[in-house]
Design a protein around this ligand. Structure first.
Ligand code: C2E
Ligand code: CA
Ligand code: CA
Length: 557
């Protein structure tokens, strides 16, 4: 075979990238190398010129007769994305050197090989860009491709699809810093990928939203990981942070008809949305219940306007008591819905109202009714104590929140020191900024502001430092219970939280105090105030008025 035939064979083998005939290719390569007395051919690939300088590349050996050569023919190209491909060829030891003419032809062959590698590598990169995001997570397109692949295989039925959102991740970033935050996220996700192995894939669809598809029996370990996994973010000091997610799960039935991507995506996203905003379970399964919940939601939203007009919502007051003297020092206003002769508890409607801005109307209504009561008690000469009102974080979007609140209080002619506003932690940067502004503004007007449910999120420490609160309400979950001794993590946390609050000059109150023993724990830790069933449940107005009259609780010694 002469050179031209060889060359044609070689280029033909390289002309199709997708479906290279590797056998044909290496056979052609071998013949050419033997013909030209070449002992070795290598191709080097560097992702960038900088990588080349640093000697960080991948090397491919295309041909090697095992005899090292001397003369080296090196060709180098830098492609349009600044990646570098270098092809090197060696002349066999002791063989006659290449003639001028041969060198030209070898160079031609080299160029073909170079451009082949270049194309392959470019394709790899395009593939990466297409199916991976800039942080190297498989992306939404990857997920879609995987669903298509499973469908093609006929094995989509029986799998589980999950959409999940990391909880409070912006605040994790704030706490450990962006860079460590990225490490935390990638380790948390790598943990899932590791669990899944080749039995599922996990992809990022943007920000802190991910989805995964896996085999049914992987669901349990995956959910366990999702619901809370400590992640090391500082390898030197071994510092860890707890990462968790809310998730929507769809167990794909065997007979499921999958036509397009949204058939699955819509389901896991809506379940996930529910988990995220529902205020209840952190995992929601897409199923009949969810549809039922939807119906319930639509029903509640539909009834809300009329219920508000008919004043079906009533204020209940739960006393706040000094743990030292038993004195009544304040109360929290909690909402109860009297509907169809039943009392609907807040957990059944507040999360629903929080799905849109209805909650804001309810909160203003509550504030208004509290102010009316306070005004009435003042006029009756009662010994009135401060009342706190819950404000949903949905209000943070309201640029005139301060004005709205003050308008209600002033319209009722209530001195500002009688009103306290309870706010819970927030989830995004923007809200954090808004929160600072709101807290500041309201304080200027003489209202007390408390941080509610403190300890529920990771944000807490940062939130505490950055925003000038008056009161810290320690969440129930931090309060030691009967089986905790003083070395239990709950006891230690509680001690630290109270000490920190005091150091920052904040008033500190524990919620959910149910036993005498807990009152003692509060005393020992100098947490001055308690709210909970040990003293009273949230009370209707009349009962609360009686408590105000009595003014003091008996704490049995
Ligand atoms: P929250 O603000 O953390 O209110 C404290 C909840 O703990 C109340 O539940 C209260 O009844 C309950 N609680 C008090 N003492 C104890 C105790 O000793 N043990 C136990 N296990 N629980 C105790 P409630 O009244 O069902 O309210 C639930 C949540 O609904 C509130 O949590 C608050 O987030 C929301 N909520 C209630 N009323 C309003 C409102 O007017 N506006 C807004 N935005 N949210 C409200
Ligand atoms: Ca509260
Ligand atoms: Ca609370």
């Amino acid at each position: 075979m002469d050179y031209y035939q060889l060359f044609e064979q070689f280029t033909r083998a390289l002309s199709v990238i997708e479906d290279i005939d590797t056998v044909q290719l290496s056979a052609a390569m071998k013949e050419i190398c033997v013909y030209f007395r070449i002992s070795k051919v290598t191709v080097l690939f560097y992702e960038s010129v900088n990588h080349e300088k640093a000697g960080r590349g991948e090397e491919y050996v295309c041909f090697d007769r095992g005899r090292s050569g001397e003369t080296l023919l090196s060709e180098r190209i830098v492609n349009s994305i600044q990646a570098v491909v270098v092809c090197r060829m060696y002349l066999e030891e002791g063989a006659a050197s290449w003639s001028q003419d041969e060198t030209e032809r070898i160079k031609l062959g080299q160029t073909v090989l170079l451009s082949f590698f270049n194309r392959c590598k470019m394709q790899d990169m395009v593939e990466r860009l297409r199916y991976y995001d800039s942080d190297d997570y498989p992306n939404l397109r990857y997920f879609m491709r995987e669903l298509d692949r499973l469908k093609g295989e006929g094995s989509l039925g029986g799998k589980v699809a999950v959409h999940f959102n990391l909880r409070h991740f912006t605040l994790v970033n704030q706490q450990v810093g962006r860079i460590a935050g990225n490490v935390v996220m990638s380790r948390y996700i790598a943990g899932i990928a590791e669990l899944l192995g080749d039995r599922g894939v996990v992809c990022r669809i943007g920000g802190d939203n991910f989805c995964l598809i896996c085999e049914q029996d992987m669901l349990e370990p995956v959910l366990k990981h999702l619901l809370g996994t400590p992640v090391v973010y500082n390898a030197v000091s071994n510092e860890k942070i707890m990462v968790s997610a809310t998730a929507g799960v769809f167990q794909i039935p065997q007979d499921f008809v999958y036509e397009n991507f949204s058939d699955i995506m819509d389901k896991i996203i809506s379940a996930s949305q529910q988990a995220r905003t529902g205020g209840g379970d952190f995992v929601v399964f897409y199923d009949h219940d969810l549809i039922m919940n939807r119906e319930k939601m639509v029903k509640v939203q539909g009834m809300f306007g009329e219920a508000l007009e008919k004043e079906e919502f009533k204020v209940f007051y739960q006393p706040k008591v000094s743990v030292y003297t038993g004195e009544l020092l304040g109360a929290e206003a909690l909402c109860r819905w009297f509907h169809d002769g039943k009392i609907v508890p807040p957990m059944e409607f507040i999360p629903i109202l929080e799905q849109n801005l209805d909650i804001c109307r309810l909160d203003f209504y509550m504030l208004d009714h509290v102010c009316r009561d306070v005004r009435q008690w003042l006029d009756e000469g009662k010994e009135v104590v401060r009342v706190s009102v819950n404000l949903s974080r949905k209000h943070m979007m309201d640029f005139e929140l301060k004005e709205h609140i003050l308008e209600i209080i002033d319209r009722n002619n209530v001195p500002h020191e009688y009103i306290e506003i309870e706010l819970t932690e927030t989830t995004t940067d923007v809200e954090f900024v808004d929160l600072k502004r709101v807290v500041h503004g309201l304080q200027e007007a003489g209202l007390s502001i408390s941080i509610d449910d403190f300890g529920m999120g990771y944000s807490s420490l940062n939130l505490l430092k950055e925003v000038p609160w008056n009161v810290l309400k320690v969440d129930k979950s931090f309060l030691p219970v009967a089986e905790d001794d003083e070395k239990s993590s709950r006891s230690i946390m509680f001690r630290y939280v109270v000490a920190m609050a005091k150091e920052l000059g904040l008033e500190c109150i524990a919620e959910g105090v149910e036993t005498r023993q807990q009152v003692d724990i509060l005393r020992e830790n100098r947490c001055d105030l308690a709210q909970g069933y040990y003293f009273d449940k949230p009370l209707p107005k009349q009962d609360y008025e009686n408590r105000m009259e009595a003014h003091r609780y008996q704490i049995n010694e």
